[in-house]
Design a protein around this ligand. Structure first.
Ligand code: TMP
Length: 205
C-alpha cells in the first residue's frame, strides 16, 4: 500500500496560509497528483462544528483548558476520518494548521505546559507527523491589520499574538529539516509560491 505525503501550512494570523495552500493544491493537482486539502480546526462535520464554538466571540470566557481540548478533539477526528485514510490511498494531504499550531497558540501563546501539549497532542495525531511544514511568517501587527470580521482568536491581545509568532520560531528552530520558514510580509504572492513549491519538490516526486 503506498503512503502519500503529509504537508502542513502554519503561520501567525494574516500570514497568507489560505491563499498559499489553495494555490499549492491547484499546482499539485495540475501536476497530476492526487491531492486532499483540509484544515484545522475543521475538515469534518464534527470538526467544523467544534471550529464554530472555538471561533465564536460569544465564547470569550472559554478557559485555556477547554480551548486546548476542543482543538485536540477536532484534530483527533480529522486525522482518523480524513487524513489517515487519504494517506493510505497515496494522496498528498495539505492541511492548514496541525499540532504546531497548538504548541504555538496554546503552549507559547497561552502558556499551557509544553510537555502536556506534546503528550495530549499524540493522542490527537495518533503519532502522525508532517513530512514537511511550511511556516509562513509575517510581522505581528502587519498580519493583524488584515480586514474583515475578527474571530475569538484574532481579537486576543497583540502581546498574545507576538508570543505565538515567537513560539513558531522556536518550534522551527528545533526541527529545521521538517519546517521551512518563508516570509510573506510585503512579498509578491508568486514569489512566495515559488519558494513553497521548491520546498515541496523535496518531499513530492
Ligand atoms: P484559521 O483561522 O487560521 O483557520 O485558524 C483558526 C484559529 O485557531 C487561528 O487563530 C489559530 C487557532 N488555532 C489554535 O489556537 N490552536 C490550534 O491547534 C489550531 C489548529 C488553530
Amino acid at each position: 500500500m503506498s503512503r502519500g505525503r503529509f504537508i502542513t501550512i502554519e503561520g501567525p494570523e494574516g500570514s497568507g496560509k489560505s491563499t498559499h495552500s489553495r494555490l499549492l493544491c491547484e499546482f499539485l493537482r495540475g501536476s497530476g497528483h492526487k491531492v486532499l486539502h483540509t484544515r484545522e480546526p475543521g475538515g469534518t462535520r464534527l470538526g467544523e462544528a467544534i471550529r464554530q464554538v472555538l471561533l465564536d466571540k460569544k465564547n470569550k470566557n472559554m478557559s485555556d483548558g477547554c480551548e486546548l481540548f476542543l482543538f485536540l478533539a477536532a484534530r483527533a477526528q480529522v486525522v482518523s476520518e480524513v487524513i489517515m485514510p487519504a494517506l493510505k490511498k497515496g494522496y498528498i494531504v495539505v492541511c492548514d494548521r496541525f499540532h504546531d499550531a497548538t504548541v504555538a497558540y496554546q503552549g507559547y501563546g497561552a502558556g499551557l505546559d509544553l510537555k502536556l501539549i506534546d503528550s495530549a497532542g499524540k493522542l490527537a495525531t495518533g503519532g502522525l507527523k508532517p513530512d514537511l511544514t511550511i511556516l509562513l511568517d509575517v510581522e505581528t501587527s502587519a498580519g493583524l491589520k488584515r480586514g474583515g470580521i475578527k474571530d475569538r482568536m484574532e481579537v486576543k491581545p497583540v502581546r498574545f499574538h507576538k508570543k505565538v509568532r515567537d513560539g513558531y520560531f522556536k518550534i522551527a528552530k528545533k526541527e529545521p529539516r521538517r519546517i521551512k520558514v518563508i516570509n510573506t510580509g510585503g512579498v509578491p504572492i508568486a514569489a512566495v509560491q515559488d519558494k513553497i513549491r521548491r520546498a515541496v519538490s523535496h518531499v513530492v516526486q
